[in-house]
Design a protein around this ligand. Structure first.
Ligand SMILES: Cc1cc2nc3c(=O)[nH]c(=O)nc-3n(C[C@H](O)[C@H](O)[C@H](O)COP(=O)(O)OP(=O)(O)OC[C@H]3O[C@@H](n4cnc5c(N)ncnc54)[C@H](O)[C@@H]3O)c2cc1C
Length: 512
């Protein structure tokens, strides 16, 4: 039995059903997919937004091929654009997906020489080598740190990311404040970390953002995130799994020879069934509550997510073409110094005066998420992801602090626009601007992600943490009949990857 129908639960279900096991998936929400879903968010506006997660990098091609997943992941033409002000004038840094002359020129114009681009290429060249060597290990049993280092052509970078503060590793190659910030953000997505600390927190987050499929490229799922989990659900069903939504698991009782699972169904009726094993696609804290164990302290998410539909893309003060700038990750106020200032304020319990964030327009790469009218009239989506906004900041006044955070990021974005963002927003059927914001508390309330932490808790290094873990799949719990599959419950399950579900299924199928 699989508890939780997020991407990890669905991948586990698909692999297990394909091997002939009898599989029942229980999901509490009306739709499957967890944090990887698409839906029409604004009444009367025919646009299917990836409501939470939106880009895919870590889903291995191997899982796509094994399960015959019918999905298309496409590259964005632009990796990133950073809006900034240099010498009192609006400026920007363009990084193309394939870094060519336009990228080199952009670095030169921003920094005044070719040195920074050379440092950038050196740094990311090393990271690609690391990604190529590390990615294949993610679908193998866990290696010891020594064995993993032995598989790497550049063990020095792996060592640095594990042992040194991320800010220092980045500073080895990059000196410009804005450019350093662009690199550092990958260590802070959904992770409240001090990039100057040697605790590995930012380093782990950084690594997961750079190694996917050996390229680290973040691709756009055509049709949105719901298309990804829809394909996984279809694969599980094809293989014979039964997927039940609106089924909230209330207790999981392990015994020596099996597990009894209790749940309430759609009508509120109580049900129970016995299973040989339970695969937990829910966060570790949720699993602890279901088994009656001590759930321990809650993790804390640290992001602000804003979904928008635009009537038109706003023009930029820098003169850059918005269709280029918004096609990749558009960084705002994410220079290294700004990240530090925001971290310091948030760590002191204050909403940062300047919230670092990035925005991205899905519909530029994948117009299929727009209805026919929206497409014909030039509507677009915009997703905003803010950093250094830990859950604790919202607890005293959830809506008031969230509204204030939104007010700040809109004003910060406006500073780079020729026309105010609010003027560019589409209106819903009731005439309200199409803008929906979620703090970590909102994510917790809607998705049962404890503390609204997007990875269910801090990410782990993708290696065995102890000698006993070497050669295992990193999915065991206190009960031999309960395996974890989820982002936070498995060693390598973070983000939309299916890796936790894959590992749980392999554990059961390989008998490890
Ligand atoms: C705002 C946001 C943006 C993100 N952006 C990205 C991104 O762009 N790319 C990326 O790779 N990752 C992103 N992530 C992270 C990623 O979405 C998660 O790490 C991932 O979805 C976790 O997957 P999962 O299957 O382990 O768990 P979940 O997606 O959390 O699924 C767990 C499921 O279990 C269900 N459940 C909980 N309790 C019960 C119960 N008692 N009974 C039955 N079912 C239950 C839940 O309803 C849920 O469907 C983002 C996350 C968020 C929140």
């Amino acid at each position: 039995m699989v508890v939780g129908g997020g991407h990890n639960g669905l991948v586990a279900a698909a692999y297990l059903a394909r091997s002939g096991r009898s599989v029942l998936v229980l999901e509490r929400l009306p739709e499957l997919g967890g944090a990887a879903v698409s839906r029409q968010v604004f009444e009367g506006v025919d646009v299917r937004l990836s409501a939470y997660s939106y880009l895919v990098s870590l889903l291995p091609n191997r899982i796509v091929a094994d399960l015959g997943l019918q999905l298309r992941l496409v590259d964005r033409s632009v990796a990133s654009y950073t809006a900034t002000v240099r010498d009192g004038r609006p400026a920007g840094l363009l990084v193309e997906r394939d870094e060519g002359p336009a990228t080199a020129t952009s670095f030169r114009q921003l920094t005044g020489s070719d040195d920074e681009f050379a440092g950038w290429q050196r740094f990311y060249g090393r990271l690609v080598t690391l990604a190529e060597d590390l990615a294949p290990t993610l679908t193998e049993p866990l290696l010891s740190p020594t064995d993993l280092a032995g598989r790497l052509r550049d063990p020095g970078l792996w060592h640095d990311l594990r042992e040194r503060p991320l800010a220092d590793v980045v500073a080895d190659c990059l000196s410009d404040d804005v450019v350093r910030g662009v690199a550092l953000t990958d260590g802070l997505i959904g992770t409240f970390a001090d990039v100057h600390a040697a605790d590995g927190l930012a380093g782990r987050c950084f690594l997961y953002h750079l190694v996917g499929n050996g390229t680290g490229r973040w691709r756009v799922p055509v049709g949105g995130m719901g298309a990804v989990t829809g394909a996984m659900a279809a694969a599980a069903r094809r293989a014979g799994a039964e997927l039940r939504s609106r089924a909230t698991v209330t207790a999981v009782e392990p015994r020596a020879d099996g597990v009894t699972v209790h749940w309430t169904d759609e009508d509120g009726g109580a049900a129970a069934a016995d299973a040989g094993h339970v695969v937990a696609g829910v966060a570790p804290r949720v699993l602890a509550q279901l088994t009656g164990a001590d759930p321990g302290p809650s993790p804390s998410g640290s992001q602000l997510k804003v979904n928008m539909v635009l009537a038109r893309l706003p023009r930029l003060r820098s003169g850059a073409d918005p269709a280029t700038a918004f096609a990749g990750t558009f960084h705002v106020d994410e220079a290294a110094g700004q990240l530090d200032a925001a971290y310091t304020q948030a760590a002191a319990g204050r909403l940062p005066d300047v919230i670092p964030f990035e925005v991205y327009c899905h519909s530029l790469t994948d117009p299929s998420i727009l209805g026919p009218v929206e497409r014909a009239t030039g509507r677009h989506t915009l997703t905003l992801f803010g950093l250094h906004t830990p859950a604790e900041l919202f607890r005293s006044d959830p809506e008031g602090v969230r509204d204030e955070a939104v007010r700040r990021v809109v004003a910060q974005l406006d500073a780079h626009l020729e026309e105010p963002l609010l003027d560019c927003l589409e209106r819903d059927a009731a005439g309200r601007p199409c803008l929906q914001a979620a703090s970590p508390l909102d994510v917790e309330a809607s998705l049962a992600m404890p503390g609204g932490h997007i990875f269910h808790g801090d990410l782990s290094w993708p290696v065995a943490a102890t000698d006993d873990e070497v050669g295992t799949w990193g999915v065991t719990t206190d009960h031999p009949r309960i395996l974890s599959a989820s982002s936070g419950g498995t060693v390598r399950g973070g983000a939309v990857s299916g890796l936790g579900g894959y590992a749980a299924a392999r554990h059961l199928l390989d008998g490890r």
